[in-house]
Design a protein around this ligand. Structure first.
Ligand code: HSE
Length: 416
């Protein structure tokens, strides 16, 4: 079998690195002889590798049209032309391996159906969690389970930022700059810090774990841009750690999908996942709780997952994701969470009573409340018991109109 690689950038160059370093191991692991045959990119001049053993082209159609190529590996990322490349390759009866979370999240359902109709595979282990095996385990080792919940730290950039804020006490903007300098965060960090990268990965995880196709615009999404060093400090004082989580869970027979920051107890396994690492914590009805942990990004780690998919195709040890059923997500209004609130208040008699009475009217019970600072710097920090999204929104809107409250500065969910 012959493999063609489209895109020799970050992950693609990792694929070439592993081919050259572990080629003997790859060949020995394959039941059918195969090789990395053709590379496609617009420019090979900056490559750190000797490419003389490969055919080179700058035209992806030439690679996809080549009858000698059996497996097309798409690693250019983004929407188009990646989607067209994958669709064309599948239409021509070629297996496809991709790391493209966006294409799988947006067009997976149709592309899986096309792959099935053509009798080929479309695999995407590298699309979620980089080197961390999660797609195949959900479709193989964990198949005997009914998956009840999946909780992922699936974005390394935001986890690096939150960890650094936690450890250094620095502010968001300062740490973001450091992350950009170190090459972890992009010049335009919106996709990561706004939660969009995690959103696409969550949609992919939901397809695999729950076998569902959902409307991506129904998924709740909140990024980390509003988290301040004060929130981190108060969170630390309470023995909690903030993580950006991608959550999929069943509640009362309905599925909830959401991406947002969560304050976790320090002893939760996900609380110990720091820096650029990723982890996906899965709860199955049989296996119960299980966690997958490792490097969620990076050239060679992510390429490890690409090669795993290629070997699965070569050895015919694949799984399939072609049984997606459309479902409507549980209404966000009914999603229940405990909350952390931080209110900037006027330090005068009755403020706490005013806030507490609004919360009580909306059935929101306060677990603990503490005043931080004095005078104009006074803040009230509260943790609530479980409250519905709609009750929380109504109460906050009333609290916002109190003359004694100058600002609602922090609103973060607590626990999973
Ligand atoms: N930008 C992603 C992250 C890596 O920071 O985890 C690619 O999915």
């Amino acid at each position: 079998m012959n493999m063609g690689l489209i895109g020799t950038g970050t992950v693609g160059s990792g694929v070439i690195f592993i081919d050259q370093k572990n080629g003997d191991k790859l060949s020995a692991s394959a039941k059918t002889p195969f090789k990395l045959h053709t590379l496609c990119d617009l420019d090979f001049s900056g490559s750190a590798y000797d490419l003389s053993t490969y055919s080179l082209t700058s035209n992806w159609r030439e690679l996809v049209d080549n009858p000698d190529i059996d497996i097309v590996v798409e690693l250019i990322g983004g929407d188009e032309p990646a989607r067209t490349i994958i669709e064309t390759a599948l239409s021509k009866g070629k297996h496809v391996v991709t790391a493209n979370k966006l294409v799988i999240a947006k067009y997976g359902k149709e592309l899986f159906a096309l792959a099935k109709a053509k009798g080929v595979h479309l695999l995407f282990e590298a699309a979620v969690g980089g080197a961390v095996p999660i797609i195949k385990p959900l479709r193989s080792t964990l198949l005997p389970n009914h998956i009840k919940g999946i909780y992922g730290i699936v974005n390394g950039t935001t986890n690096f930022i939150l960890t650094a804020m936690q450890n250094q006490g620095s502010g968001y903007a300062e740490v973001l700059k450091e992350a950009q300098k170190l090459g972890y965060a992009e010049a335009d960090p919106t996709s990561d810090v706004g939660g969009f990268d995690s959103l696409y990965k969550l949609k992919v995880l939901a397809m695999v774990a729950f076998g569902v196709e959902v409307d991506i615009s129904d998924i709740l999404i909140e990024g980390i841009t509003d988290i301040t060093s004060k929130d981190i400090e108060y969170c630390k004082d309470m023995g909690l750690v903030i993580k950006l989580l991608a959550i999929g869970q069943e509640r009362e027979g309905q599925l909830e999908l959401r991406v947002h920051p969560v304050m976790l107890a320090k002893d939760h396994p996900l609380a110990a996942v720091n820096g650029v690492y990723n982890a996906i914590y899965v709860i199955g009805d049989a296996a119960q709780d299980i966690m997958f942990y490792g490097r969620g990004a990076g050239s060679i780690p992510t390429a490890s997952s690409v090669w795993a998919d290629v070997l699965d195709i070569v050895n015919d040890t694949t799984y399939s994701v072609d049984d997606l059923r459309p479902v409507k997500l549980r209404s966000l209004d009914t999603v229940m969470s405990e909350y952390y609130f931080r209110f900037q208040v006027k330090d005068k008699t009755g403020v706490l009573a005013d806030i507490a009475s609004i919360l009580a009217r909306h059935g929101i019970s306060v677990k603990n409340a503490v005043q931080k600072g004095l005078g104009d710097d006074a803040e009230l920090v509260m943790i609530t018991h479980t409250v519905s999204e709609s009750a929380k929104n109504e109460a906050l809107s009333e609290i916002n109109s109190l003359s004694s409250v100058s600002k609602i500065s922090g609103v973060i969910r607590v626990g999973i």
